[in-house]
Ligand binder design. Structure first.
Ligand code: GDP
Ligand code: IMO
Ligand code: MG
Length: 432
């Protein structure tokens, strides 16, 4: 028995929410450790769809503890809205089933506004990132700049005003530079105090809770957001998010030491998608890309933007297997490939006429690489809803085997529809 860390191995939206929900039956605690409400995780249970952004995907199951760790940036108003929306779907969120790290950083309105202002300004010069405009980047900047306001500060009216002054000195200087109106101390105090009593009941010393539970033998499931190629260090910088998304962050972003992390499960889509700007060597701008987008319903949960689609890139996932220490993968959306005559998998690139086996880190080189493909025969049969390996057509199995070989990691789970139960278990990550 072990703990399990779920991470995205591509550019996000690999189906982490579905797999975390499925795995959470076997877990006692589900922990978010980075990102914020830039994430959009969709769960489908008996035809009912739940869309989660900030809350861990374990929240929809009874009897589990969901934890928002210190590595998350938390917009308190978004939290309250999500809790209220779930209540409307019959899911009760209480201090019994949700705990929030008292040292998690808060996202304020000034962060959201700055994110939008910068993106608007960059749009005119063609340099935008295509962020979710949720204030994620600016909030992490303030955390690293040591001027952030954290969950625990909402309970301390002695120190909060001074902290608000400190953060506003920085933000009002930025706003003046951007030609925006300054924000008053009173406005931010009001924004924080209006929501404090909805947030504070959930506060927890998370490192201590996890330590105690781990010693008692609880099974802890860590739920990554975004994907490894959006990691601030290992991703396609600067077209990335502002946190470390790789598995090592599960430890720093929750306060549980790395020795207890256990099985690293990389959620991997059977093809590739990306939302926002940035390099995408296997992108398909033709009718096959359109086919994948329509069949896979590739529209962002958070912003509704159309996701860019392309062939599976084994060279990139192989890199994610290394940077995360992936033990095994959950391969999702295999069913979306049903009906294609042939399938391509990228095995490396050509850069200025020379063949290379991994994506270079430089932005210029990333824009110039051309993918090198192997081609496989497709299958005509439907794999939708397959729940047994034996239900898969021979060509689909060949595709899966080829993926495993090229990325250097085995398939532990295989997903064949959005529904919770349409999942094939090969290896139970908690028992590995
Ligand atoms: P996440 O951000 O990684 O949690 O992924 P999203 O929820 O943003 O996007 C994945 C989408 O694919 C969701 O709408 C899921 O319901 C859906 N999905 C997950 N697994 C499968 C699958 O195996 N087949 C199909 N067709 N859809 C899936
Ligand atoms: P889940 O958890 C896909 C992308 C944005 C943008 C970049 C930076 O659902 O997989 P940010 O708002 O984080 O500063 O935006 O990162 N991005 C995601 N793409 N899935 C996500 O989350 C994402 N979260 C952020 O589109 O390109
Ligand atoms: Mg998503």
């Amino acid at each position: 028995m072990t703990n399990v860390v779920v991470v995205g191995s591509q550019w996000g939206d690999e189906g982490k929410g579905k797999i975390v929900d499925w795995l959470s039956e076997r877990a006692d605690i589900v922990v978010r450790f980075q990102g914020g409400h830039n994430a959009g995780h969709t769960l489908v249970i008996d035809g009912v769809s739940y869309k989660l952004s900030l809350l861990p995907s374990g929240i929809v199951r009874g009897g589990k503890i969901s934890v928002i760790g210190n590595g998350v940036v938390l917009d308190p108003h978004a939290l309250v809205a999500e809790i209220d929306k779930l209540a409307g779907q019959g899911v009760k969120v209480t201090p019994e089933n949700l705990r929030i790290a008292d040292n998690a950083t808060l996202i304020l309105s000034v962060h959201r506004e700055l994110d939008g202002l910068r993106e608007d300004a960059a749009s005119n010069s063609g340099t935008k990132i295509g962020t979710t405009r949720r204030g994620i980047g600016p909030a992490y900047e303030d955390k690293v700049g040591r001027r952030a306001i954290r969950v625990m500060d909402l309970a301390d009216m002695e120190t909060l005003p001074g902290k608000v002054d400190r953060i506003l000195t920085h933000h009002n200087a930025l706003r003046r530079g951007l030609g925006e109106k300054e924000v008053s101390h009173e406005a931010i105090m009001q924004e924080l105090t209006s929501v404090a009593e909805r947030v504070l009941p959930f506060r927890e010393t998370v490192w201590e809770l996890l330590d105690k539970e781990r010693r008692k033998g609880a099974r802890i499931l860590f739920e990554g957001a975004q994907g490894s190629l959006l990691d601030i260090d290992h991703g396609t910088y600067p077209f990335v998010t502002s946190s470390n998304t790789v598995a090592g962050q599960a430890s720093a972003g929750s306060g549980m030491g790395p020795g207890a992390l256990g099985y690293i499960l990389g959620i991997t889509k059977a093809y590739t998608t990306r939302v926002g700007e940035g390099p995408f060597p296997t992108e398909l701008k033709d009718e096959i890309g359109q086919f994948l987008g329509e069949k896979g319903h590739e529209f962002g949960t958070v912003t509704g933007r159309k996701r860019r689609c392309g062939w599976f890139d084994a060279a990139l996932v192989r890199q994610s297997v290394a940077t995360n220490g992936i033990t095994g993968i959950a391969l999702t959306k295999l069913d979306v490939l049903d009906g294609l005559d042939e399938l391509k998998i990228c095995v490396g690139y050509k850069l200025d006429g020379v063949q290379i086996d991994h994506l270079p880190a430089s932005q210029g080189a990333q824009a110039r690489v051309e993918p090198v493909y192997v081609t496989l025969e497709g299958w005509k049969e439907s794999t939708v809803g397959a729940r047994k390996w034996a239900d898969l057509p021979a060509q689909a199995i060949k595709y899966v085997r080829q993926v495993e070989e090229l990325i250097g990691a085995p398939v532990a789970l295989l997903s064949t529809s959005p529904e919770r139960e349409d999942t094939i278990l090969v290896t139970d990550p908690f028992e590995d």
